[in-house]
Write a protein that binds this ligand. Structure first.
Ligand SMILES: Cc1ncc(COP(=O)(O)O)c(C=O)c1O
Length: 432
């Protein structure tokens, strides 16, 4: 929980530093006028396509509302158009951002002290925070080169059960993940679904960046899910407006209703939601609903400009890294197929102290990967976010990063890995 605060604090203290830290969407496409236009479009839809009277439309948007939300039908249409996911609108709960969706699901899965959730590590910190609030322990599963290490997952499941624990679900971001940038290959998605059925656990698929995962998009887990194993979490923060704070969860599983019958998992989540945020602001939902209507329910169509911008930024950062860090110099990175993030592996120890030095002495901010590991891990890795990269300052930022890592290489002996003779940058590799 301190990670976000640390980054905010560093950004405030060093406003001149070039930041590769924030995972926020680019602001070029924010438009106040669009908020009004989308609101009007949604209200017009209520009147003309849904046949509501003026008064009923006004009430729907301005009054307390349905706990599970009012734009579930439009979200179902969007999932069909963009993701090939066919689910009934009733299985969707519209939430206050994806963050609330994560909390509702984890809280609902937490029935007793034996319940645990598994998470592919490194993990988005919002998941770890929500699990903490839901009092649900998080067990880390290795990501491996492909995004999830199935052998490690099997081991963790067996070990948890041997300890009397009940693994309820595995959380993961299969497409251009935050923080790793990794995307699961198709075959691995299928194997994961099979394993979830075999071992009887749910897959919590978080998908905020799928729209930006490149042209040859792989099917989401939910699109491949024939056995209702996948709870799909979505966010409009990156594809529409983060300020609207609208997300959703698709929960089409059948669960015991406590009265001897069954209910949709979405209805159970609705009950938890009624005790947390009552309902997601219908005004905010109307704005998102209008945006979906304006683009024929397609966020891909709505985001062609933003997607091109992120693609360009990613390419610029990858080129900039390649120019500064020649092969064999001890600095490596992954090349994600899209999205907001990539990860650098470096010879020196990456911690908050290094970040502070990076900001104050080298004018560049990034995120230590160790913040994303529920246990130990990531001590030699840092995350770069490309979403808000400005080509005018990019080179200054990467020069700062290269100078920092070169200086750390020269410090050598006080660095645990370099002290053991690990790979390091040499003076010959100093930038420029
Ligand atoms: C993987 C992941 N899940 C969820 C969220 C949160 O989404 P929201 O802003 O809709 O709560 C983020 C935001 O950065 C994220 O990266």
């Amino acid at each position: 929980m301190t990670s976000m605060n640390l980054l905010n604090e560093i950004s405030i203290r060093y406003p001149e530093a070039v930041s590769f830290a924030a995972g926020r969407p680019a602001e070029q496409y924010f438009e106040l006028a669009a908020v009004h236009r989308h609101l009007d479009r949604y209200v017009e839809h209520l009147r003309t396509e849904r046949g509501l009277t003026e008064e009923a439309a006004r009430r729907l948007v301005l009054q307390y509302g349905r706990t599970k939300g009012i734009i579930h039908d439009l979200i179902a249409a969007h999932l069909a158009v963009d993701e090939g996911i066919a689910v009934p609108a009733e299985s969707i709960v519209v939430t206050v951002g994806c963050q609330e969706a994560m909390f509702l699901v984890l809280r609902a899965l937490r029935c007793g002290p034996e319940d645990v959730v598994l998470a592919v590590s490194p993990t988005y910190v919002g998941l770890t925070g929500a699990a903490l609030l839901a009092d649900l322990p998080v067990l880390a599963v290795a990501d491996g080169p492909d995004g999830v290490d199935l052998a490690d997952l099997r081991r963790r499941l067996a070990a948890a059960r041997a300890e009397g624990l009940r693994p309820r679900a595995l959380y993961l971001v299969p497409d251009v993940a935050n923080p790793s940038g990794a995307s699961l290959p198709l075959e691995l998605r299928r194997e994961l679904l099979e394993l979830a059925a075999e071992e009887d656990f749910l897959l919590l698929e978080d998908n905020p960046y799928g729209v930006f995962a490149g042209d040859e998009r792989l099917p989401s887990l939910k699109a491949l899910d024939t056995g209702r194993r996948v709870v799909h979490l979505g966010s409009f923060a990156k594809t529409a407006l983060p300020g609207a704070r609208v997300g959703y969860v698709v929960a089409d599983q059948l669960v015991a209703d406590g009265r001897g019958g069954t209910a949709l998992f979405a209805d159970l989540l609705g009950m938890v939601k009624s005790m947390t945020t009552v309902n997601t602001s219908p005004i905010a939902q109307a704005v998102i609903g209008g945006a979906l209507l304006e683009h024929g329910h397609s966020l891909r169509a709505a985001n062609t400009g933003a997607a091109a911008l992120y693609r360009r930024n990613l390419a610029l950062v990858l080129e900039g890294l390649a120019r500064r860090f020649p092969p064999g110099g001890g600095v490596t990175w992954n090349e994600p197929r899209g999205g907001f993030f990539l990860v650098l592996t470096v010879p020196c120890v990456v911690d908050d102290a290094l970040l502070e030095r990076s900001a104050s002495e080298y004018g560049v901010i990034w995120t230590p990967m160790s913040h994303f590991y529920p246990g130990a891990g990531g001590e030699h890795r840092l995350r770069l976010s490309v979403s808000q990269v400005d080509p005018a300052t990019l080179d200054r930022g990467l020069d700062g990063l290269a100078a920092l890592l070169a200086a750390e290489g020269l410090r050598g002996s006080d660095n645990a890995v370099l002290g053991r003779g690990g790979p390091g940058l040499t003076r010959g590799q100093l930038p420029g």
